[in-house]
Design a protein around this ligand. Structure first.
Ligand code: LLP
Length: 417
């Protein structure tokens, strides 16, 4: 995202705060488009563009405007619930470009996806295969299926977002996959289409993904030798992004190259499920400093965004760069170290520790790299309305989700008679 602490694309952040209020998520259409182009170009460079489908992982940010933008760019979608299915369809996504992941799909969700006519179910257990066979049978259909295999590769990322080790709840052990494929091929309402694998998120080293691809390809070849010929290979998402100015992440082409090199010359179609890398650095969270609170040991800057708006710092101890908007340091005095915290009643409610900033009450801050797993994981904890979301498009700003109103937060509740 091109922002200098002052502007996104051609639009001043201070103007956005004045018009839409804070906290406010701000996305850049140009940055979203560029991130998608990064994948397309990398695939093109390996001669794979024509037989690949980039399925945006909706969970990273499911705003309709973002889904619609990716649909217009030709993307497919990786969904994990009936809710995400409904969103994608409402945003104009094509059902035949949807893959459905997740360890616990309900029968109702399976039915909805079959009726929509999705591209493929990424099945994560032998039991799920039986459920799907049953549901598809009741609709007189065959469900297109990939097995998500767990290649037992260490993705070397945060344990909460690492999914490819044997100990994880995800996928079927790669050692068991062959037998499950044979069973799948024998089920009347299952059509075996592909294979899927996703080893974790925020991966900065390309080696684990390439190692996983090797294991997957070996299984694909073994299955083919046994007469089970797959049409597509889904290598999941997981590419990491730069969160700290001083810790660069690899460019998309460089991250993907070792994996893509292994796919050259094969005949299967390819599917990818990137989430964070398509949206993370295309969004920031704009917040205002409400209170400066000097302490004996630490100085606090209490801002109007909190853990309910951006949960990643509290949940994963994740780092997001925080910059001042409209730096006017001459009037502000010297920078000092601040704990950037929200108003929520928890000690874990912080957005950044030990940030060197020159602040006055009323200043605006931009919390960067907040486009992925920001708004998507937001809650109403402390009965706080969720933030507004806007999209900058060149010189214009569009409201893509209005701020919630307090009355809406308890509108679904009722008291006893
Ligand atoms: N495919 C599957 C099956 C997944 O489980 C995920 C993410 C993705 C694709 C997309 O992965 P990505 O390209 O975004 O790394 N809330 C955490 C991240 C959780 C990731 C969950 N699965 C965070 O804020 O870091």
């Amino acid at each position: 995202m091109h922002q200098d602490g002052l502007r996104v694309e051609g639009v001043a952040l201070a103007g956005i705060a004045a018009r839409f209020g804070t906290p406010c998520y701000v996305y850049s259409r140009a940055a979203l488009t560029a991130a998608y182009a990064g994948y397309r170009d990398a695939l093109q460079a390996h001669g794979l563009a024509d037989r690949s489908l980039i399925c945006y992982a909706v969970k990273a940010n499911s705003n309709l405007a973002i889904l619609n933008l990716f649909a217009r760019l030709g993307a497919g979608f990786d969904i994990v619930s009936a809710g995400e299915l409904a969103r994608v369809l409402a945003a104009g996504g094509s059902p035949e470009k949807i893959v459905f992941s997740g360890v616990g799909k309900s029968r109702a969700e399976m039915r909805a996806a079959l009726e929509a006519g999705i591209h493929c179910f990424n099945v994560e257990s032998a039991s799920e295969l039986d459920h799907l066979n049953e549901v598809a049978g009741s609709l007189g259909r065959r469900a297109p299926v990939s097995l998500r295999v767990n290649p037992d590769v260490d993705a070397r990322t945060h344990p909460y977002i690492s999914t490819g080790l044997k100990s994880a709840k995800f996928g079927v052990a790669i050692a068991d996959a062959f037998d499950i494929y044979r069973r799948a091929a024998s089920l009347p309402h299952i059509a075996v289409k592909g294979i899927d694998c996703h080893i974790g998120s925020q991966l900065l080293d390309p080696a684990p993904a390439a190692e996983a691809a090797d294991k997957v390809l070996a299984l694909v070849d073994r299955l083919a030798a046994a007469g089970i010929v797959l049409e597509h290979i889904d290598l999941g998402g997981g590419m990491g992004i730069q969160y700290r100015a001083d810790e660069p992440a690899p460019a998309t082409t460089d991250y993907l190259a070792p994996m893509l090199a292994k796919l050259a010359g094969r005949r299967e179609k390819l599917v990818f499920e990137p989430g964070r890398s398509l949206v993370g650095n295309a969004g920031l969270l704009l917040t205002r400093v409400d209170v400066l609170k000097p302490g004996e040991e630490k100085h606090f800057a209490v801002v109007d965004a909190a853990m309910n708006d951006l949960m990643r710092p509290a949940l994963y101890d994740a780092w997001h760069d925080i910059v001042k908007v409209g730096a006017d340091d001459t009037a502000t005095g010297a920078a000092m170290s601040y704990e950037i915290v929200g108003p929520v009643c928890e000690s874990g409610d912080f957005l950044g520790h030990d940030r060197l900033l020159a602040l006055r009450e009323g200043d605006l801050l931009a919390i960067l790299s907040a486009g992925a797993y920001g708004m998507a994981m937001a809650s109403n904890y402390n009965t706080r309305p969720r933030a507004a979301e806007v999209m900058v498009d060149g010189g214009s700003v569009h409201l893509i989700r209005r701020r919630e109103e307090i009355a809406e937060l308890f509108a679904l509740e009722s008291v006893l008679p």
